[in-house]
Ligand binder design. Structure first.
Ligand code: SF4
Ligand code: SF4
Length: 304
């Protein structure tokens, strides 16, 4: 591929924000055609970052490195890991959607279920748009979640996991840390959806402004909070963490509920993402204020 444009971080951020602002796919498909999303946080990680190898040990050997997924799907564009950048974005849930789901006690609000279905359709279109736009200006790119061999696998540690985790990519790209409920707590909170693309471009990685992968969760910071435990209608969250199997079973019931109650095909829950201190921001004051000041902690130890 012949490079026609030198890509900058601002070029990518503009591409994502323009698509949010102008794409007709950015809709909840409700009566008032409200937008699904109004903003994005964007971060970058190097394909050569050691964290991808750590994920192989922590998540499982089946979790692709950026180089593995890129090499499989862009065989005509040989590249070293250091020539690749992972572009990751967070789509924060809008206030109206969060407010509606805060009132939910067992199953998702209609607004939340619409975002899970149609907001995620937009997110898939955004992945395609970012990858296609880069290809059009001569830079090979692939969206790991959209490749045909992306799969969910059984995991001894996590009951199940996948060959590419958007939340782990976002963590690598400096966008957030994990909470007790497994959600990623970002500068705009945990109520969000996330996407990524791996591209043959060279961009300065976004620094990770945290020293552990759980730095933004109050429970891991000082043993307090645990509000997500009480929000879960099926007790899938305890002080020991998130029971993915219980959660999955509830999501299957939510699919029936959404169809019967709201008359469209969808699902979701996300009750643990709202009505909690990490809903729309970082609840750990010291971490939030350090991020606002632009301070970086010492390099984090390996995930364990
Ligand atoms: S609700 Fe509290 S314990 Fe649960 S993830 Fe958020 S900060 Fe952590
Ligand atoms: S853990 Fe699962 S079932 Fe429980 S509130 Fe969160 S999304 Fe819903």
């Amino acid at each position: 591929m012949k490079n026609l444009v030198t890509i900058s971080g601002d070029w990518i951020k503009g591409l994502i924000r323009d698509f949010i602002a102008t794409s007709p796919l950015n809709t909840m498909r409700n009566k008032t055609e409200d937008p699904a999303w109004d903003d994005a946080l964007v971060g970058f990680a190097s394909g050569a970052d050691q964290i991808w190898q750590q994920y192989k040990e922590y998540v499982g050997p089946f979790h692709w490195t950026p180089w593995e997924v890129f090499s499989q799907h862009c065989p005509r564009e040989p590249a070293g890991a250091e020539e690749l950048t992972v572009i990751s974005w967070i789509l924060p849930q809008r206030e109206a959607v969060r407010k509606a789901n805060r009132r939910a006690k067992n199953y998702p609000s209609e607004e939340w279920a619409r975002i899970r279905a149609y907001g995620e359709e937009f997110n898939a279109a955004l992945r395609r748009h970012v990858a296609d736009s880069l290809k059009q200006v001569g830079h090979a790119a692939i969206a790991p979640m959209l490749v045909p061999n992306w799969t969910i696998v059984n995991s001894a540690r996590f009951s199940y996991a996948s060959s590419w985790s958007e939340r782990h990519a976002a963590h690598a790209a400096g966008l957030g840390t994990f909470g007790l409920c497994d959600g990623l707590i970002t500068a705009r909170g945990k109520a969000m959806r996330v996407g990524s693309v791996v591209a043959k471009i060279s961009l300065k990685p976004t620094p990770r402004p945290y020293s552990t992968h759980r730095a933004y969760c109050l429970f891991f910071h000082n043993g307090t909070c645990g509000k997500c435990i009480d929000r879960c209608p099926v007790r899938a969250i305890t002080e020991d963490g998130h029971d993915k199997e219980k959660c999955r079973q509830h999501l299957a019931r939510a699919r029936e509920y959404v169809k019967k109650t709201y008359s469209f095909e969808g699902y979701g829950c996300g009750l643990c993402q709202v009505g909690v201190p990490c809903e729309a921001g970082i609840p750990v004051k010291e971490a939030r204020e350090a991020l606002e000041r632009g301070e970086l902690p010492p390099s984090p130890p390996p995930l364990a």
